[in-house]
Design a protein around this ligand. Structure first.
Ligand code: SF4
Length: 349
């Protein structure tokens, strides 16, 4: 058994905690809480960061069949270039440093269509970081245009891509994926696309959709995959934990949502399992709600994500009011931490 005291006192730069120990910690919430806090303190001190950004979902038309999806079931829409540009301009006026672009897998959408969206924004707002397209979207555009993933990523980069969201990860275990998102890319493909991006100097986030049908072993396997990639490339900026929301989707008919303690413990467990390789653990206020996200910064998290301004996916599953930078600062400082506005790549904004 590891010594929590030795970790807190700094003897554990290369902490290796095996699966059995992580499972024991899971059963001992108080110990997990203390350890995750000690490791968060060692990695990030008292700083809790956030980014001022805007989500632009450019279409919800999608050939995908993910059972947890409520996004594609609302009224169909596809934004025109003018509408995208208008939203980007609004974001810049409101002080955004990042625009996050994701959409459904619209049939026939080619690589050049994805590039055009980036170029349109980048031409008029070159200072805004474009955080765009999930690994699934990258696969979709590569298939549609008959080019390799690497070539697609190179074209996107030339068009102004700054970084990639590590979404479409859900749970990185194929047997679970077969049940919740049977037509989505497999673990091997997710891994290859993320690694290809990192090798081209394109950073990505990483994510986990948890609290549905997966087991604790599946969550640990997922974290292990992330750790392996990070050790190989160092290209992940953070892990974003996304608790499954059971409203308005097919999976919600058979799957439970994680309860409050489970959600908090998962942030703590991720901190411990990924220490010291992934520094930033993000609590998503859109999925957790403001107060639970703020509580998660006492369970290993050190980031509250973005202001988003317009987040169609979350809004559809559960009303997600917008949040201002001032509100985020208040939440963070209310917990006695130092709030810092960051860029997408975790520099001070
Ligand atoms: S989660 Fe994304 S890929 Fe899956 S069905 Fe919904 S919009 Fe399509």
């Amino acid at each position: 058994m590891i010594s929590d005291v030795s970790i807190a006192s700094g003897a554990s730069k290369s902490l290796q905690i095996d699966c059995d120990e992580l499972k024991r910690l899971w059963q001992q919430p108080l110990r997990l809480f203390r350890l995750s806090n000690a490791l968060r303190e060692k990695s990030c001190g008292d700083v809790v960061s956030f980014v001022v950004n805007r989500n632009i979902n450019f279409t919800n038309i999608c050939i995908g069949t993910c059972r947890f999806c409520s996004f594609k079931h609302q009224k169909s829409f596809t934004l025109t270039s003018e509408q995208i540009l208008e939203r980007a301009g609004e974001a810049e006026r409101l002080g955004a440093t990042e625009i996050c672009l994701q959409g459904g897998l619209a049939p026939g959408m080619m690589l050049e269509d994805y590039c055009r969206i980036l170029e349109t924004i980048h031409r008029d707002y070159p200072r805004i970081h474009l955080h765009a397209y999930s690994p699934m979207e990258v696969l979709h555009m590569s298939r549609n245009s008959g080019v390799s993933v690497r070539d697609a990523l190179l074209e996107l980069k030339k068009s102004g891509l700054g970084s990639l969201p590590g979404t479409a990860a859900e749970i990185l275990v194929d047997s679970v994926r077969g049940k919740i998102c049977p037509d989505k890319l497999r673990v091997k493909e997710w891994r290859e696309i993320i690694t290809a991006a990192h090798n081209l100097g394109i950073h990505t986030t990483s994510t986990m959709l948890f609290g549905h049908i997966e087991s604790l072993d599946d969550r640990l396997r997922h974290l292990q995959v992330l750790k392996e990639i990070q050790l190989e490339t160092g290209g992940f900026t953070e892990l974003v934990l996304l608790p499954f929301i059971s409203d308005n989707n097919n999976l919600g008919r058979i799957a439970r949502s994680a309860d409050l303690l489970d959600r908090l413990k998962m942030h703590a467990l991720s901190r411990v399992a990924l220490y010291p390789d992934i520094t930033n653990i993000q609590a998503s206020w859109t999925k957790l709600g403001r107060e639970t996200a703020a509580a998660a910064i006492e369970w290993g998290a050190n980031d509250l994500g973005g202001t988003l301004m317009d987040e169609a996916i979350a809004r559809n599953a559960r009303e997600a009011p917008s949040i201002s930078a001032a509100d985020l600062i208040e939440l963070i400082e209310g917990r006695g931490r130092k709030a810092v506005q960051r860029t997408t790549l975790y520099e001070r904004a």
